[in-house]
Design a binder for this molecule. Structure first.
Ligand SMILES: C[S@@+](CC[C@H](N)C(=O)[O-])C[C@H]1O[C@@H](n2cnc3c(N)ncnc32)[C@H](O)[C@@H]1O
Length: 260
């Protein structure tokens, strides 16, 4: 089979080190007793080969027609489980029809968008095992107070337990990316629903980090909060100093202040 030519605009950096592919595949645990695994961006299947050695019910999605043709030739038995499409646009709630795990060596240019979609489907996605740009992986796993801590850290940590697993150097890809890569695992926690208005929680977190260097008082003042809440000492802090629980507290306070 003729190899797929790497396309930069699709974030195609093909992993060439089989031992790393094996390590990533073995990090998938099927959290929550789940058997269905969706691999995002299988490319030429280096990770797929190792996922197929395990007993997963495997689905693949890739946006690249050349990769899709390659995958159909390589894995004829997967048939319609090879999905020719854009992960960000396809309706996986219906395609997967139940809980599933997401795995992949993500296209780095859209990894944040992939996580926002995972958050939308958090009731179905029980686990994510993925490789992405090291800085983004570290940010997602970072605890509060750390300079890397940001919007995705709070939102993902609200619903997932996150582990940074290992770092991968550029030299094991063709072509090599300019950055180091990191592999992380997220496992859905026990929280079914946050103890606050979840839609507002997402807004408050985004708004909180909108003026990173300023206090939260400054960041959330445009949300129309009461004088009483403006005086709350929590608002002396900056967003990166707040954990999930404190953001929940703040969300409830903002909602209360609107209802006063
Ligand atoms: C970093 S490469 C990984 C390829 C392969 N898994 C490997 O490890 O060698 C990213 C893959 O994601 C695919 N991709 C890019 N954007 C995508 C999207 N929106 N939806 C699905 N796949 C996408 C690319 O075509 C490419 O195959």
């Amino acid at each position: 089979m003729e190899k797929v030519k790497p396309k930069k605009h699709l974030g195609q950096h093909f992993l060439t080190d089989l031992s790393i592919a094996e390590k990533i595949a073995k990090a998938v645990t099927g959290h929550g007793g789940v058997k269905k695994v969706l691999e995002i961006g299988p490319g030429m299947g280096v990770l797929t080969d190792f996922l197929l050695l395990e007993d997963w019910d495997l689905y693949l999605v890739d946006i690249d027609k050349e990769s899709i043709a390659y995958l159909h030739q390589k894995y004829p038995s997967l048939g319609s489980k090879i999905i020719d499409g854009d992960y960000l646009k396809e309706d996986f709630k219906n395609i997967m029809n139940g809980p599933y795990v997401v795995a992949g060596n993500f296209p780095y240019n859209i990894s944040s968008q992939i996580f926002f979609k995972v958050l939308e489907e958090r009731d179905q996605v029980t686990e994510v095992v993925c490789m992405l740009q090291k800085e983004v992986a570290q940010r997602i796993a970072s605890p509060k107070g750390n300079k890397d801590y940001g919007i995705l850290s709070v939102l993902l940590q609200a619903f997932y337990d996150i582990e940074y697993l290992f770092t991968v150097p550029p030299g094991v890809f063709n072509p090599p990316p300019k950055v180091n890569s990191g592999v992380i695992r997220l496992k859905r926690n026990q929280v079914e629903k946050l103890d606050c208005n979840e839609k507002l929680f997402f807004r408050v977190v985004k708004q909180g980090f909108s003026t990173r260097r300023k206090t939260l008082r400054n960041a959330v003042k445009s949300m129309g909060i009461s004088e009483e809440l403006k005086a709350d000492t929590l608002l002396d802090k900056r967003a990166e100093q707040l954990g999930v629980e404190e953001f929940i507290y703040l969300t409830n306070k903002i909602e209360e202040s609107w209802n006063q």
